[in-house]
Design a protein. Structure first.
Length: 276
């Protein structure tokens, strides 16, 4: 299967494109965002990596050819290293990730990447003989380590890094302050927030949700482009963040701790089988 078949995209205007992996039929299917600038283009998250995303972007006419006039540097930014967002980083020359998860990406740590991909989730295999049980996020050397407050310049637009741990220790959002757009990764999306993975922390998530509410209170966000599901606005963002804080009490922390233990055991068993 070619990259043109595997991916599909939708233009949102103002140099932003929404990209998805057509045949990965799962709630884990991550949104991929292409943001084009006057001097640099940025891909926010990269999907599973079963087909080359850079090839798709060029073959679909979303980017100029790799060689020739109009070519701009292309940077892939991972909002975090979970498998559904980081598997495709292998296809990019320039890769950025928060420093807290750089080592996991470099060593191809599929425990921290929470790799669990099922055969039934992939409606059409990307190539003959492909099997989900063989899927791994390969080691990738980041070319840029991100920290809170860093600015990724695209020329005519700037994306500010906001370190928002909770879902994972290196989770980030990218904030386009001028356009009041938040690329939120898995920090927040219109669904249940996952805080029971090996490096999830409820207290960190509460603090991150308070920051999200502050962005709304200050009128700094009007549109959220999340890591999963559909886009939404400031009012929904505030409600999702405040609801999480309201339910993050002692009972929730206890149940989350139990779920994290089970998830950790399952991940270690799964990864030991793959590597053996």
């Amino acid at each position: 299967m070619s990259a043109l078949e595997w991916f599909a995209h939708k233009p949102l205007g103002d140099g932003i494109f929404w990209i998805q992996e057509r045949f990965y039929e799962s709630d884990n299917r991550a949104n991929i965002w292409l943001v084009r600038g006057s001097q640099r283009d940025v891909v926010i998250d990269a999907g599973l990596g079963l087909r080359s995303l850079p090839d798709y972007l060029r073959d679909a006419g979303l980017l100029p050819p790799a060689e020739g006039p109009g070519r701009r540097p292309l940077l892939a930014v991972a909002t975090h290293v979970h498998f559904d967002h980081s598997g495709g980083l292998q296809h990019f020359e320039e890769v950025a990730v928060h420093s807290a998860e750089a080592a996991a990406l470099l060593r191809g740590d599929n425990y921290e990447a929470v790799t669990w991909l099922w055969e039934r989730e992939v409606a059409r295999p990307p190539r003959p003989g492909w099997r989900a049980r063989q899927f791994r996020v390969p080691p990738v050397r980041p070319t840029r380590l991100l920290q809170e407050g860093d600015v990724i310049s695209l020329g005519d637009r700037q994306l500010t890094v906001m370190h928002m741990p909770g879902h994972s220790r290196g989770s980030i959002c990218l904030h386009d302050k001028d356009r009041k757009i938040l690329f939120s990764g898995d920090v927040v999306y219109d669904g249940s927030m996952i805080d029971w993975l090996p490096y999830s922390r409820v207290n960190d998530y509460v603090a991150s949700c308070r920051r999200l509410m502050e962005l709304v209170d200050r009128g700094l966000v009007e549109k959220v482009l999340p890591g999963h599901f559909n886009m939404f606005g400031a009012e929904r963002l505030y409600r999702l963040a405040s609801n999480y804080i309201a339910q993050a009490g002692v009972c929730h922390k206890v149940s989350t701790c139990a779920m994290r233990s089970l998830a950790s055991i399952a991940l270690r068993i799964t990864n030991s089988r793959v590597t053996s």
